[in-house]
Design a protein around this ligand. Structure first.
Ligand code: ZN
Length: 175
């Protein structure tokens, strides 16, 4: 059985925009008028399964949709919500972003009260996440380096291509 988002797509129901990667849709049920759902064209169950470049595109699209909602519906704010995994309230097993237009006193119960946690719990969580975050800094650095190769100056592209050709030629020469 198809998931609800793949089904929407197949029936072309409430689809505002789609390209080869991203879909913008309006669902039958919404928290506030003008709520917009952004999901990937390909079925990915959770956010972590979405390839980086498609996820980045979803974020850019979400931002543009947010601007449209501010300008066309006169929203005074937006909530951008991702329910990732069943414990986080995800009902449809297809990663998505919800843009919820907000107005002052719209009575939407999206506020929550922070709870006082044990210091020990907080410290352990902090240290664990800090270790993981340090690894992310490395990933960021690697991506920066990669970008230099992807978008080099003109002279550099030729140098890179030359190098690649040279490598290919030497590979071909190998018995
Ligand atoms: Zn799906």
């Amino acid at each position: 059985m198809k998931c609800d988002y793949c089904d929407l797509l197949e029936r072309n129901d409430g689809i505002l925009y789609q390209d080869s990667e991203v879909v913008i849709a309006v669902k039958e049920t919404a928290l506030t008028p003008g709520q917009i759902t952004i999901f990937t064209k390909e079925h990915f169950t959770i956010l972590e399964m979405i390839p980086d470049e498609i996820l980045a595109k979803c974020a850019t699209v979400a931002n543009k949709v947010g601007i449209a909602v501010f300008e066309s519906l006169g929203a005074q704010g937006t909530n951008v919500i991702i329910q990732n995994g069943i414990p986080a309230g995800q009902k449809i097993p297809h990663g998505a972003l919800e843009i919820i237009p907000r107005r002052e006193k719209d009575n939407l119960p999206l506020q929550w009260k922070p709870q006082q946690l044990m210091d020990e719990e907080m410290d352990t969580a902090y240290l664990t996440i800090k270790q993981e975050a340090d690894k992310l800094v490395d990933i960021g650095k690697r991506q920066e380096k990669k970008q230099v190769v992807i978008k080099p100056e003109k002279g550099k592209i030729e140098a890179e291509e030359g190098k690649e050709n040279y490598l290919l030629k030497s590979l071909k020469r190998m018995p």
